[in-house]
Write a protein that binds this ligand. Structure first.
Ligand SMILES: *Cc1c(COP(=O)(O)O)cnc(C)c1O
Length: 390
């Protein structure tokens, strides 16, 4: 049957209208290049927003993670600990470097890296004399991981931290910008993120020397010689001056976008949290989530419907909702990779994947659209939970 209902997307781009001004300035000055005044300005503006010393605009969040691993000299034979509950882009750069990922489970409060699993992994690494070169901590759906605990452990064992803040731009942790607490932080401006350049990323750090090196590696590692001379492997990872213009305009409305996504989250909670078997992702104390995507867990035993069945119902209504990230230790790509669960009998990320869904959360979503999503979910849970009790 053909579906005539207007499609509601998970997280579509939301332009401010000012982007064209910056694009025009790139065209007017003929800076149609991977570098230029918009790139420099975007780096300055985002550094000042985040409160970091330096930022390097690159072609994707994945490229930014790859550069961070390069800067920490991760290479063949090295191990890198990484959150298991994340998008594959968090871990692919570990493979680019010929290094070995080790996956760390989530904990139930933030759904992000479990400090208790990390501690076990570090203790074992100490016993084996095989410390990781780096830990990649992911802040999923805008929620901050428990950075105090994670940073304390990593400094105790002298391991560097890379924050994958691709989904948490605009979130704060104890008053500091998410992604600015580790040695390096990365952000993504992919089309579905809270602000977008259509595609792009940012690497940030307080270590200006390292960031100069990042820019060098990202422009083919060209030596300071009068001709083309190269002594290291380089990459073509810089951001285009046109796209940086889009980013500058988007950054100006970031706070509005966070506000809009948080309101959308509150609206879902108001209408759905009373339903049987539904729980929402909490917000860690002393932190602000940008609520990039509203996520919830469905307990089939009380809701009377599984996450899979609910996703099918939503899909039939032309509503784009999705599973949560499938843990990386369950991916065929990583089938022989080691993994540390939260505890022996509590595999948190697996449980989240089995129960969770994410809902349309775009900052441009209209109230009527959100009510369509809410009515669809509440109807379907009411019918199914009644069937259970009846
Ligand atoms: C989007 C995303 C990335 C990758 O960013 P790209 O810009 O698409 O390369 C990395 N990690 C997480 C958690 C993401 O959501």
């Amino acid at each position: 049957m053909e579906n005539h209902k207007e499609k509601i997307y998970l997280s579509p781009p939301h332009m401010s209208g000012e982007e064209q001004v910056y694009i025009d300035s790139a065209f007017d000055s003929n800076w149609i290049a991977p570098l230029g005044p918009n790139v420099d300005a975007f780096e300055r503006e985002i550094s000042s927003y985040l409160g970091v010393n330096a930022a390097a605009a690159v072609s994707s969040g994945t490229a930014a993670i790859h550069l961070a691993l390069q800067l920490l000299e991760v290479g063949p034979g090295d191990r890198v600990f990484c959150s298991t509950f994340t998008f594959v882009a968090s871990a692919n750069p570990i493979l680019y470097q010929g290094a070995e990922p080790v996956f760390i489970d989530s904990e139930p409060e933030t759904w992000n890296m479990s400090p208790q699993a990390l501690e076990r992994a570090l203790k074992e690494a100490e016993q084996e004399g095989n410390f990781p070169k780096a830990v990649i901590v992911v802040h999923l759906y805008g929620q901050n991981a428990k950075m105090d605990e994670i940073l304390r452990l990593c400094s105790e064992y002298d391991v560097q931290v890379i924050e994958d803040a691709a989904e948490s731009l605009g979130s704060t942790y104890q008053g500091k910008a998410s992604g600015t607490l580790g040695a390096f932080g990365i952000y993504s401006f992919n089309g579905n993120k809270i602000i977008t350049t259509s595609g792009g990323g940012m690497l940030v750090s307080n270590d200006e020397g390292a960031m100069n090196k990042a820019r060098f590696l990202a422009t083919q590692a060209k030596d300071a010689a009068p001709y083309y001379q190269h002594s290291a492997i380089g990459y073509n990872y810089r951001m285009s001056n046109i796209l940086a213009g889009v980013g500058r305009a988007q950054l100006q409305v970031l706070e509005d976008r966070v506000g809009a996504r948080r309101s959308i989250f509150n609206e879902y909670v108001m209408h759905l949290s009373g339903l049987p078997g539904i729980t929402f992702m909490n917000e860690l104390e002393n932190s602000r989530s940008n609520r990039w995507l509203t996520t919830l867990l469905i307990d089939e035993k009380t809701a009377g419907i599984s996450n899979k069945a609910l996703l099918e119902v939503l899909n039939e209504e032309n509503i784009e909702a999705r599973y949560l990230w499938k843990p990386l230790h369950l991916q065929p790509l990583f089938k022989d990779t080691s993994y540390y669960p939260h505890s022996e009998c509590h595999h948190v990320a697996e449980e989240l994947f089995q129960k969770g869904i994410c809902l349309p959360s775009g900052s441009s979503m209209a109230k009527e659209q959100q009510m369509r999503v809410i009515n669809c979910i509440s109807h379907s849970i009411k019918v199914n939970s009644l069937r259970l009790s009846g």
